[in-house]
Design a protein around this ligand. Structure first.
Ligand code: CP
Length: 313
């Protein structure tokens, strides 16, 4: 019997909402192959030799930006690092004009992070390069969602049937949205938890359960994914005080004692230590936080490889 051929024919990765479970599995399986590359003494393969990958970031980033850069370099691509800060955007140049001018130098892939939801979709309609969404406003962060899926699958050997709580500032979180799309497609149960000001019942239309009571579900879940409170995006007070938020929704040591004994703790970073998660837990043996970052490299290598193959680049 011949093995089924992996399914992937998209030249852009804009979100997880549109992907099928088969496509997600193709990315995760491809990431498995690329993870092995990082264990070699020479951590490089020629898959994207002669290709040009642009990191175009209109927002700050530590993990996503460096991970895409290293992923492209491990695939032997040439890389361009573009930041809005210090660019001609300050002179009024638009997103599309900026991208088209960089593309005129002969790029194959544009990785974009931008504060506006929909910016990656707009770019994909305006350039001939492959476009990868590295986070667009509060909309999606598909490679974070994929690396979270990969890390959960690696830890449990499966995703289907697991209960995953995503906790905190859901309203501002593109990570939460990509996780909900990805996890539900892969057969996990997702519970979104936060104050009513930060998680509305409208998320139930995405296939998740919504609750405002963390203590009522904390003992039932296999994975708890704590989100950063995005203070920079909060326009008006959404909880009485930071201390109150931590008391109700923080992964404190006391609350952690009431979790399943093998609960897996995740956080996309950057963390507000002592607010949404206690340092003892973030740095403890059940934390997968740095494993998420390690796996992000393999997942981003897989995504860069698959989109360029689909483009026929
Ligand atoms: N998780 C994440 O997207 O982190 P950065 O903002 O540092 O890229």
């Amino acid at each position: 019997m011949t093995e089924a051929k992996p399914v992937w024919n998209r030249k852009h990765l804009l979100g997880l909402e549109d992907l099928s479970a088969t496509e997600i599995n193709t990315i995760l399986d491809t990431a498995d192959s690329f993870k092995e590359v990082s264990t070699r003494s020479i951590k490089k393969v020629p898959a994207l030799r002669g290709r040009v990958v642009v990191n175009a970031f209109w927002e700050d980033s530590t993990r996503t930006r460096t991970s895409f850069q290293l992923a492209a370099q491990r695939l032997s691509a040439d890389t361009i690092d573009f930041s809005e800060k210090g660019s001609s955007v300050s002179k009024g140049e638009t997103l599309i004009d900026t991208a088209r001018n960089i593309e005129a130098m002969g790029t194959d892939v544009i990785v974009i992070r931008h504060p506006a939801a929909g910016s990656a979709h707009l770019l994909a309609r305006s350039v001939r390069s492959c476009v990868i969404n590295a986070g667009d406003g509060a909309h999606e962060h598909p490679t974070q969602g994929l690396l979270d899926l990969y890390t959960i699958r690696e830890r449990f050997g499966k995703i289907e049937g697991l209960k995953v709580a995503i906790v905190g500032d859901i309203a501002h979180s593109r990570v939460a949205r990509s996780n909900v799309w990805g996890l539900t497609k892969m057969g996990a149960q997702v519970i979104l938890v936060g104050p009513a000001t930060m998680v509305s019942k409208s998320f139930e239309a995405m296939g998740a359960r919504v609750t405002n009571d963390l203590d009522s579900i904390i003992g039932q879940v296999d994975v708890v994914n704590m989100l950063r409170v995005q203070f920079e995006r909060i326009k008006s007070s959404q909880f009485p005080s930071v201390r109150e938020f931590t008391r109700m929704y923080g992964l404190t040591w006391d609350r952690f004692q009431r979790c399943k004994k093998d609960v897996f703790v995740m956080h996309p970073g950057p963390m507000n230590r002592g607010i949404e998660i206690s340092s003892d837990i973030a740095d403890g043996p059940q934390s997968g936080i740095l494993t998420q970052v390690t796996n992000g490299l393999a997942v981003r290598m897989a995504v860069l490889y698959l989109v360029t193959q689909a483009q026929g680049a």
